[in-house]
Write a protein that binds this ligand. Structure first.
Ligand code: CMP
Length: 146
């Protein structure tokens, strides 16, 4: 069944790599349900990354992510969560260059947290993240009409 996931192009990828990234998204067969440019309010970034609150990189991550405009988008496809994570590659861009040299983080990331793109890590996270950033968009695909 089709599902939806949330993607971000982070400040190191936006706007410089936006065109390349969306070209790869289209080639991989995703439907782009919606997209917007915005700058994270610090409080919203803290909520977005709440599961990392205890990690040593949390402060740096939240400060950086709310420092400049980014692109956020909802992608739809069968198995979208997994497919978007596969296209991004491993979190650590150096590891990505070794293990998935054609992935977005291998191509456009530098060093964590600067890894160019974000993707939800589960369907549950996708629903939470889509609802947070796109309150007017359904986090799941509409039911087919019969
Ligand atoms: P993202 O997919 O947005 O989810 C959490 C983010 O935290 C991750 O991408 C990186 O940007 C950042 N991150 C994860 N691990 C580390 C790390 N070890 N050091 C710095 N930043 C990290």
């Amino acid at each position: 069944r089709p599902e939806r996931t949330l993607g971000l192009i982070k400040p190191d990828g936006y706007p410089v790599h936006k065109e390349d990234i969306f070209a790869r998204i289209k080639t991989a067969g995703f439907e782009v349900v919606c997209e917007k440019e915005f700058t994270f309010d610090r409080k919203v970034a803290e909520t977005f990354y709440q599961e990392h609150k205890e990690r040593p990189f949390y402060e740096e991550l939240v400060t950086w992510m709310s420092s400049a405009p980014i692109s956020a988008f909802v992608l739809e496809k069968v198995g979208a969560v997994r497919a978007w994570r596969d296209l991004m590659g491993p979190t650590n861009p150096q590891k990505a260059r070794e293990e998935a040299p054609d992935s977005l983080r291998a191509l456009f990331g530098s060093e964590a947290p600067r890894n160019a793109v974000h993707g939800s890590d589960s369907q549950q996270s996708a629903q939470r993240e889509i609802t947070l950033l796109f309150p007017d968009v359904s986090p799941v695909p509409p039911k087919p009409t019969q």
